[in-house]
Write a protein that binds this ligand. Structure first.
Ligand code: FES
Length: 100
């Protein structure tokens, strides 16, 4: 997901104590490339596909059982135990990202 400056700020401003699976936004993106959040779109509850740009935190919402993720794809509400996974990836040129 290419994030707006507002979405990045919202992700960075969250206190880790508010999070079920505490992780800084800066640990989920590459330094200097904060606009790009690379994540696996599989809900960590039972594997449904969350809807982007939805839910209380405008990150992802999983309609299967109501898990809500923020703009860093961190779990904020609902039964999912973990943040959406960030796979290994690298920027290999200005317009290409290699995932895996
Ligand atoms: Fe997403 Fe259950 S599979 S909330």
């Amino acid at each position: 997901k290419r994030r707006s400056s507002q979405e990045i700020k919202e992700a960075q401003d969250v206190e880790l104590s508010e999070l079920k699976d505490p992780q800084k936004d800066s640990d989920r993106v590459k330094k200097g490339k904060e606009e790009w959040l690379i994540t696996i779109g599989i809900c960590t509850h039972l594997g449904c596909v969350p809807i982007g740009g939805a839910g209380e935190y405008k990150g992802w919402f999983c309609p299967c059982h109501g898990s809500v993720y923020d703009t860093s794809a961190r779990i904020r509400k609902g039964p999912a135990p973990k943040n959406l996974a960030v796979p290994p990836y690298e920027f290999i040129s200005k317009n290409k990202i290699k995932i895996g």
